[in-house]
Structure formats: structure tokens, C-alpha cells
Design a protein around this ligand. Structure first.
Ligand SMILES: C[S@@+](CC[C@H](N)C(=O)[O-])C[C@H]1O[C@@H](n2cnc3c(N)ncnc32)[C@H](O)[C@@H]1O
Length: 210
């Protein structure tokens, strides 16, 4: 039997969805599932996109690339679907390159040999209590498995305003042979970051390369 992965996310469902959001989940989401894109090494993956602000920005900035977002939180997916569709429920032209994997990214990566030019992870759940540390997504084995999905010169970009988690991630990367760099391009503020700004520090970003 396959080993059950430890759950790295909180809820899959939040407050009740509007009728339109439920319609979008039932009718539009199935048309946006990622297809096997092996051979195409230009795509971008965002893990845990939340409500998708940054994913949408990636789509607009990279019209020639497919942008795949993985997120198990259905309310977040519904928010993204509302933002990328017009009043006739058609995908807005600037978002035609978005694909959505509505579940745990680890399942997605197990079933694909796709390679990505960039893999983004913004504000991964920090799981701050010691007893929850095992729920953190970015432990060394997972980071290593992500690096197997990097295209030539590909990079993993991580951002968090939880400095203790940031330092912990660096220690995890040091257990691998991967290289660490600092990011020097601006990154938009996501919903999570905005919500937490009063309580936390400014985000720190890093890049991992093979
Ligand atoms: C703190 S939120 C940040 C959301 C968004 N990146 C932002 O900055 O607003 C972390 C997100 O990661 C998602 N997540 C956690 N584990 C995941 C996994 N294994 N695969 C995909 N997404 C995951 C959660 O559902 C949650 O939406």
C-alpha cells in the first residue's frame, strides 16, 4: 500500500461558496486541468497559490508560457476562477494560459515528468508549533524532488515572512546539493501577505538552483 503523505495544508473548504463560484468549480475548473506537458520545458508552476493573485500576474507577464497552479483549498480556487472569467463565464484573454491542479501538489508531481522553468512557493504554511513541524512542506526530500522537475537553468523561488521558517528552509536546502541565491526582483503582495502584514516581518525570498 502507498504510504499516506502527512497533510501540509489546513482546510480544503471554507465558507459557503456563492452559486456562481460553485458553477465555476463544476463547469470551468474541469476545462483547466493540466495536461501532460512533458517535452515543454518553459512552463511555470506555482504551489499553494491561495486566491491566485500572483498566479494571475505570472500569466499576464508570461503569455507564451503555460502557468500551472496547484492548490487544494476550494475557496481559493473559486476566487481565482471568478477573477479570470468574464460576465459570460469565458476565460479572459490574458488568463488563457492558466491551468489548475485542485489538490496536493505532491500528487501532481508524482504523476508527471514535466519540467518547469520556474517553481514558485509564496508564503507556505509555516506550521509554527513544534508539534506541527512535520507538516511543513519544504523539507529537504520535497525540495530535492522539486529540483528533479526543474528544466535546464530552472529555479525554485520561495518567499515567506515567517523568518524562523525561512531559516529552517535554508537548513533543509543545505542538506541537499542545491545552490541558494537571493531574489532581487520585486514580488507582488499576495492576499495572505497583506492580511498578515501588521503581525509579521517583511517577506524574505530565496532562489534554489541545481
Ligand atoms: C499561507 S497560504 C498562502 C497562499 C498564497 N500563496 C498567498 O501568499 O496568499 C498557503 C497555501 O498553500 C496551500 N498548500 C499547502 N500544502 C499544499 C500542498 N501540498 N499542495 C498545494 N498547495 C498546498 C494551502 O492550501 C494554502 O492555500
Amino acid at each position: 500500500m502507498e504510504k499516506q503523505e502527512i497533510r501540509t495544508f489546513g482546510r480544503r473548504h471554507g465558507k459557503k461558496l456563492s452559486a456562481r463560484q460553485q458553477w465555476l468549480l463544476d463547469n470551468i475548473l474541469p476545462t483547466l486541468l493540466p495536461k501532460n506537458e512533458s517535452g515543454n520545458e518553459l512552463n511555470i508552476l506555482e504551489i499553494g497559490f491561495g486566491a491566485g493573485e500572483h498566479l494571475r500576474e505570472l500569466a499576464i507577464k508570461n503569455p507564451e508560457k503555460i502557468i500551472i497552479g496547484a492548490e487544494p483549498f476550494m475557496n481559493g480556487i473559486a476566487s481565482l476562477l471568478s477573477a479570470i472569467t468574464d460576465e459570460k463565464n469565458s476565460i479572459r484573454p490574458e488568463y488563457k494560459n492558466i491551468r489548475i491542479y485542485p489538490d496536493d501538489v505532491r500528487k501532481f508531481l508524482k504523476d508527471t515528468d514535466s519540467k518547469f522553468k520556474q517553481i514558485w512557493i509564496l508564503h507556505p504554511d509555516p506550521w509554527p508549533k513544534a508539534k506541527h513541524e512535520k507538516r511543513r512542506l519544504l523539507h529537504s526530500e520535497f525540495i530535492k524532488s522539486l529540483s528533479d522537475h526543474l528544466a535546464n537553468k530552472g529555479e525554485i523561488i520561495i518567499g515567506t515572512d515567517h523568518w524562523e521558517y525561512y531559516d529552517w528552509i535554508i537548513q533543509e536546502i543545505k542538506k541537499t546539493k542545491l545552490k541558494i541565491d537571493l531574489l532581487n526582483i520585486p514580488v507582488i503582495q499576495t492576499r495572505y501577505q497583506n492580511k498578515n502584514m501588521a503581525e509579521t516581518n517583511h517577506p524574505k525570498y530565496l532562489i534554489i538552483k541545481n
